[in-house]
Write a protein of this length. Structure first.
Length: 136
């Protein structure tokens, strides 16, 4: 979880400050490590011809109430097809805006296995492969 989201949630819960959840979340592909204090503008995000963040709407996530560990997952495949850029994807960030290097980071994570992407290649995350759990 990003520092941004931690502060927003704490202020919402304990100080009564408003917080509006984003209507959509956008997945950014990154080629280096991410830290909690990074904003969208700080991400080591892919920079290549035709690259864009992928939108995942609120309906594309599972219900954490249905999971005994309160884990939420993507319920559909998320895919970049026939990319026109080349890079090595090592991490992703869930962001509040679609524009590259903008918005706020909500959550982020390193891939368990990096993905070398070449021109005309695809990169995808199968349904239920992205999981988020808030726990210490």
């Amino acid at each position: 979880m990003s520092d941004f989201l931690e502060k927003k949630l704490l202020n919402y819960i304990f100080r009564g400050q408003s917080f509006t959840a984003p209507s959509s979340i956008y997945i950014a592909l990154c080629n280096d490590s991410i830290t909690d204090d990074m904003a969208g503008a700080d991400l080591p995000e892919i920079n290549g011809t035709g690259y864009t963040r992928k939108q995942v709407t609120t309906s594309q996530w599972t219900d954490p109430n249905a999971d005994p560990d309160q884990i939420i997952k993507n319920n559909a495949e998320i895919k970049w097809e026939n990319v026109q850029w080349e890079d090595t994807v090592t991490a992703i960030a869930l962001c509040t805006t679609q524009a590259r290097l903008s918005g706020d980071v909500l959550f982020w994570g390193e891939l368990t296995k990096e993905k070398i992407v070449t021109k005309d290649d695809s990169i995808s995350f199968a349904a239920n492969s992205l999981s988020i759990q808030i726990d210490n």
